[in-house]
Design a binder for this molecule. Structure first.
Ligand code: ATP
Ligand code: MG
Length: 303
């Protein structure tokens, strides 16, 4: 195993332990009594946190961390196995060279090259999982507060668009929004709902950008975000005119680590965390999709 790979894996493990210990500490702190009183001293305004909400979110993170640990373990198993086999192959190669069997030695060398490519692939995958997890775990107050859902959707639509433009100058898509102006503020954890909306919008921009690269004449990549008030509920819709989700895949999209994106571009955690966050808010999330035409994610929250 080369030095860079070793360093990457080492930092991956350290990061995982760090996040694990931070989460465990903060939840241990939050879980005493039915309500926890925070003061300004705790870095939060004087608020009471409902234990039920915190418990739900605590489980989300512990379940997710458990899944992440398993997934990284899987990748490390590949790395360990392939590196052990490669060492044996190199020993064999040495013997063949000493015997003057250069053709056999070359064949073994090709196997070692393939193994190193696999080690690199699985090392990068572990790296991507940790990076994705850190991205998804940006600080959340864990506190519900009256939130303007229109402003939140608008902010994340722009954030997603400009984020993608910054990474890829050729990226271009039409953003559309249709916000119900009669919507009143609703009580949610804004950072968590923001994370859900951001993931849906990022996914939508990703697929329309993919379809754009197919050079279909007349195709206009478009992502639309809308809100609507409907009997005691608030509905948020994120729609795209990408290629839709194939029927055999649609049942899996909310599973942790399910991704069709290339290594390094997606961890497959976005929708599974979104699902858990919406459930913890007592809401619903569902998908409607048509192959070749596009996809719509619909969230309903209590008003
Ligand atoms: N709007 C969409 N159109 C087509 N396929 C989608 C759409 N949204 C999600 N998917 C499919 O669902 C998979 C899982 O999405 P999810 O957001 O959980 O993970 P990801 O985007 O692959 O990675 P991450 O969000 O962790 O960076 C995607 O890889 C893609 O195959
Ligand atoms: Mg995603």
């Amino acid at each position: 195993m080369n030095f860079k790979l070793k360093t990457n894996l080492f930092s991956t493990i350290i990061l995982l332990c760090l996040v694990f210990s931070i989460s465990t500490n903060s939840f241990a702190q939050l879980n005493s009594g039915n309500f926890t009183q925070y003061t300004e001293k705790d870095g939060l305004p004087g608020v009471q946190v409902n234990k039920v909400v915190v418990d739900n979110l605590g489980h989300i993170w512990l379940d997710t961390l458990n899944g992440i640990a398993h997934e990284i373990q899987n990748q490390l198993n590949f790395v360990n196995n392939f590196s052990e086999v490669s060492k044996e192959l190199l020993d064999e190669m040495k013997t063949e060279i000493e015997k003057g069997n250069l053709d056999d030695a070359k064949e073994i060398m090709n196997d070692v090259i393939q193994n190193l490519e696999k080690i690199n692939h699985h090392g990068k995958r572990a790296d991507g999982i940790v990076k994705g997890m850190l991205q998804h775990s940006r600080s959340s107050s864990g506190v519900k507060e009256p939130t303007d859902i229109n402003a939140l959707c608008d902010e994340y639509l722009r954030l997603s668009y400009h984020g993608l433009r910054a990474k890829d100058k050729t990226f271009n898509a039409t953003m559309k929004s249709d916000f119900d102006q009669t919507l009143e503020k609703i009580n949610v954890i804004p950072q968590d709902i923001g994370r859900v909306v951001l993931n849906l919008i990022n996914n939508a921009f990703y697929v329309v950008n993919e379809k754009r690269q197919m050079n279909i004449s007349g195709y206009e990549p478009t992502v639309s975000v809308s809100t609507k008030k409907m009997n005691g509920k608030v509905e948020i819709k994120v729609a795209d005119n990408g290629n839709g989700i194939p029927q055999k895949v649609v049942d899996k999209i909310f599973q942790p680590f399910f991704t069709t994106k290339p290594t390094g571009q997606g961890t497959g955690l976005g929708l599974s965390l979104s699902y858990d966050i919406i459930k913890a808010h007592g809401g619903e999330i569902r998908v409607e999709t048509k192959e070749g035409e596009g996809t719509e994610f619909i969230i309903q929250l209590k008003a």
